[in-house]
Design a protein around this ligand. Structure first.
Ligand SMILES: NC(=O)c1ccc[n+]([C@@H]2O[C@H](COP(=O)([O-])OP(=O)(O)OC[C@H]3O[C@@H](n4cnc5c(N)ncnc54)[C@H](OP(=O)(O)O)[C@@H]3O)[C@@H](O)[C@H]2O)c1
Length: 361
């Protein structure tokens, strides 16, 4: 099969490096362009990344000697060379919004890891197993942008990918309220213990903007496409506290939930075991075979032991039990830079290719 030609905008950064690593050897995608700021443009990828390379594998051969282009100055040139781009730039929100729209209007689909467009009403925010049907709003987005190929699709924030997957198949029981505390890894801030030594033996009870995202983004993911926009769900009520913990990778969530029609614990576990999303049905290359994995052991899932399950794309659940104030409580874990960031965006791109929203030029 002829591969899709792919660009990575912000390819020198922490998330961009993860994209470069995941695209190398991907059965459908060929890394064709890497772009970053004007500071990196004109250098080879190896020179531009320098000592910032943070992956635990070497720089892939197909990336090493690519000459980095300028994400802002070379939009048309890049759009002409690729079938779509992944975006992971660190710029001001309004600048990212404008830049991603420039790519879309240059007829280059954008699959973004950034939060800038998450609340643009005709931009789908997709967890591929949960709300794949939202991608149909792209038809209306294209009308607004005046494009035939170009559009923007985004993934959700990494924190919600630790608990929304387990709750989604339970929505048929009428979820009334959710309380969630997340315990989030330092890589979510683009950091390692070397670059953030203050996090060793520490916990910081504040992550700017994260609690708002954790409470609001699930409602867009659980929303409906109506009249060319995504209308967010108006329930359940969600309250969240998000803590930064001394863990390199993996966001754990402690979840409390109450239903209108309370299911039994056995029913919940069976639903998790049986759950198959569109990526599993389509057999997408990055899709985990088993999306939701329930652990019966009382001390699992553990971040270090279970975050890499199915290439870091599966979600692990455990400790389901009755609660004194809510119906039930349980814990749920996902890998924040794989499922929660670049891996989730790669899976979204695979879905968009399989559903013919991304086509070869
Ligand atoms: N780290 C995570 O786990 C995570 C998770 C979810 C979302 N995010 C989001 O993903 C984005 C990238 O995060 P990151 O941690 O990868 O950031 P990062 O390591 O600081 O990398 C930023 C990237 O943006 C590029 N860039 C900066 N200014 C630019 C400009 N004016 N024009 C073009 N490119 C520019 C940089 O290029 P140079 O190398 O040339 O400077 C670099 O490639 C951010 O929006 C962040 O909020 C991160």
């Amino acid at each position: 099969m002829e591969k899709f030609k792919v660009g990575v905008i912000g390819g020198t950064g922490m998330v961009g490096q993860r994209f470069v690593t995941l695209i190398a050897g991907h059965p459908w995608f060929q890394l064709t362009v890497i772009a970053a700021s004007a500071r990196s443009a004109g250098k080879t990828y190896e020179q531009a990344v320098g000592s910032r390379w943070a992956m635990d594998v070497p720089i892939p051969d197909e990336a090493r000697d690519l000459v980095v282009m300028s994400a802002e100055d070379d939009v048309e040139k890049i759009a002409a060379q690729v079938d779509f781009v992944f975006s992971a730039v660190d710029m001001k929100k309004e600048e990212i919004k404008a830049l991603e729209e420039r790519y879309a209007k240059a007829e280059c689909p954008v699959v973004s890891n950034n939060s800038a467009h998450r609340w643009t009403s005709d931009v789908p925010m997709v967890i591929p197993e949960v709300n794949p049907e939202h991608i149909k709003v792209i038809d209306d987005q294209r009308k607004r942008l005046g494009t035939a190929r170009g559009f923007i699709a985004v993934k959700s924030n990494c924190s919600i990918q630790s608990y929304v997957p387990a709750l989604s198949p339970l929505r048929k029981f009428g979820i009334e309220k959710i309380l969630v505390c997340t315990y989030q890894a330092i890589s979510g801030a683009g950091k390692t213990f070397e670059t953030w030594p203050e996090m060793v033996d520490n916990l910081i009870p504040y992550i700017g903007g994260e609690e708002e995202k954790s409470e609001q983004e699930p409602l867009k993911v659980w929303g409906k496409v109506e009249n060319g926009v995504i209308v967010a769900a108006d329930s359940p009520a969600i309250t969240a506290q998000c803590l930064r913990v001394p863990v390199s990778n993996g966001h754990m969530a402690a979840v409390f939930v109450t239903f209108k029609n309370k299911p039994s614990m056995e029913e919940m576990k069976q639903i998790w075991a049986d759950y198959k999303g569109r990526p599993q049905v389509l057999g997408l290359p990055t899709a985990p075979k088993q999306f939701l994995n329930y652990f019966e052991q009382t001390d699992r899932p553990q971040t270090k032991l279970d975050r890499e399950l199915e290439g870091g794309m599966a979600v692990s659940v455990g400790r389901l039990r009755p609660d004194t104030q809510y119906d039930y409580k349980f814990v749920s874990l996902s890998h924040n830079t794989l499922r929660g960031a670049a891996g989730g965006a790669v899976l979204l791109a695979e879905l968009l290719c399989a559903e013919h929203y991304i086509t070869r030029r």
